[in-house]
Design a protein around this ligand. Sequence first.
Ligand code: B16
Ligand code: MG
Length: 225
Amino acid sequence: MIKGIIFDLDGVLVFTDQYHYQAWKKLANRLGIYFDEKINHRLRGVSRRESLEILLENYHGAPFGEKEKAEMMEEKNRTYRELLKNMKRSDIPQSVRDTLVQLKNLGYLLAVGSSSKNAGTILEQTGLLPYFDYISDGNGLRHSKPHPEVFLKAAEGLGLPPGECAVVEDAQSGICAAKAAGMKTILMKGGNCSESVDLKIQRLEELVSVIYSSSSALVTGAFCK
Ligand code: B16
Ligand code: MG
């Protein structure tokens, strides 16, 4: 029986892909490293640190030290946070807010499970914060997705065993993390994922009807590819 729903943030509730891209691209340009949208796609759901390592795969000079890498991440994050200032409440469709309210009214506990250390800022700026019972984000995590830590922390924050939680994700790393946590998986369209999942949805707004009509699939684990 599913009692809690854990939402990934970027690619599910908000779409800051372009901001991440612009910020990494600016850093890559300064360093003379090739970086394009396809490479950026590989950064979905991946931590800032691992994103930098992926970007540096196309750097063929002398290896950078830890201090330089930390400065690069800080530089990217400064640009990203500047771009985040463009986000506003109206970026979140009313239908998404309505869906979250409906799920709450149906008795589900709601959490966010995001790799991002900027999750709090994004949730506050878009006015989404009050909809959630618990926020598990990239701050203080020892491991990033596909490790289950972020989702296990969310379940604990909701006071639920992992088996009573479903995760809505857009990225393969997140689906793997949810499975490793022993949770049900719901993949949002637009996500790149070759893993089998319990449910697929095109838009977040489908969640209420989908969860209701296929609650047996969530319980019995009738997987779809
Ligand atoms: P930050 P999610 C992830 O968010 C993004 O998908 C990923 O592209 C980003 O690198 C990661 O957060 C870390 O973000 O630099 O803000 O800490 O999809 O897990 O909500
Ligand atoms: Mg995501």
